[in-house]
Design a protein around this ligand. Structure first.
Ligand SMILES: N[C@@H](CCC(=O)N[C@@H](CS)C(=O)NCC(=O)O)C(=O)O
Length: 279
């Protein structure tokens, strides 16, 4: 039997709840990659919003194994998770979700999430990241998996610019902050604030990294995406991080970053708006 062009029953997508109104504050990059992919594929779904301190409990209750580990080797329970009742599938990693959607529903939505392309972006952080977001794995979409790993590393190396104004849900803000303080081994939330000269230094490093990444977008300038007018999952990977920047950078710095390198990333953010509806 050939793959169905569209699933008949709505899927359930799990994302992290931030401060209301959630549609304008949700900012977790990996769930965003999946939201963009679900909308790109024009899949019917609803979102279940999970308070940050409840992610582990929800993931365990769904029986989805952890896909990350903390540096001490303990499980790190994360979102997104996607449940597809049409196939009884539960997928707990954003890259796997995109691969799944393309494999099961190749004929749905705006086309192929994984058209062949060269994605030769490399990022080597000064020091090993404490907690890798995604690992490079053997995959039928190796080029994209490698790109995902490097893009995650490149943005993660600069999230100190963004952590302090994360829009936590007031209902669980204290517990969420306490957990971030514990993980980082700092004393108080104020230790996350980066300002002055240090901030300018990190911003410059961020700008240079985006300049490197931006070179890939200059190969085809017929549209905002890597392949010009046609978006692919590689654009959505970067788009997930742009969504985090949009919410967690001070407004003036977001405007500044949009304009860096001739506005490549501002155009990408705007171009992806058609896939950014929060459902
Ligand atoms: N490799 C995983 C990583 C998922 C991940 O790190 N999710 C973060 C949000 S972007 C999370 O759930 N964090 C929960 C927490 O920090 O407690 C994926 O791509 O889905």
């Amino acid at each position: 039997m050939s793959a169905p062009s569209k699933p008949s029953e709505a899927m359930i997508f799990y994302d992290i709840a931030m401060r209301p109104p959630i549609a304008s504050t949700c900012c977790s990059p990996n769930p965003w990659k999946s939201r963009l992919a679900l909308n790109f594929k024009n899949i019917a779904y609803s979102t279940t919003w999970v308070p940050l301190p409840n992610v582990a409990e929800v993931r365990c209750a769904l029986g989805v194994d952890a896909c990350r580990k903390f540096s001490d080797g303990t499980n790190f329970y994360t979102l997104p998770i996607l449940i597809d009742p049409n196939t009884d599938s539960k997928i707990g990693d954003s890259f796997d979700i995109a691969v799944y959607l393309e494999a099961k529903y190749p004929n749905s939505g705006s086309g192929n999430l994984f058209p062949p392309q060269n994605l030769d972006f490399v990022f080597n952080p000064d020091s090993a990241l404490l907690v890798p977001l995604s690992e490079q794995r053997e995959s039928e979409h190796d080029e994209y998996a490698r790109f995902n790993t490097y893009v995650d590393a490149a943005f993660t190396a600069h999230t100190s610019l963004m952590a302090y104004i994360l829009p936590f849900d007031p209902a669980t803000a204290e517990a969420s902050k306490a957990e971030f303080i514990r993980r980082a081994g700092v004393k108080s939330w104020d230790d996350f604030e980066v300002k002055g000269e240090k901030r300018e230094e990190i911003k410059e490093s961020f700008r240079l990294m985006l300049g490197d990444l931006g070179k890939l977008f200059l190969r085809d300038t017929s549209g905002p995406f890597l392949l010009g007018e046609q978006a692919s999952y590689a654009d959505l990977i970067v788009g997930g991080w742009l969504r985090m920047m949009r919410v967690t950078l001070p407004e003036n710095e977001w405007e500044e970053a949009r304009g860096w390198h001739g506005g490549i990333f501002g155009r990408l953010y705007d171009g992806l708006k058609k896939y950014a509806e929060v459902k």
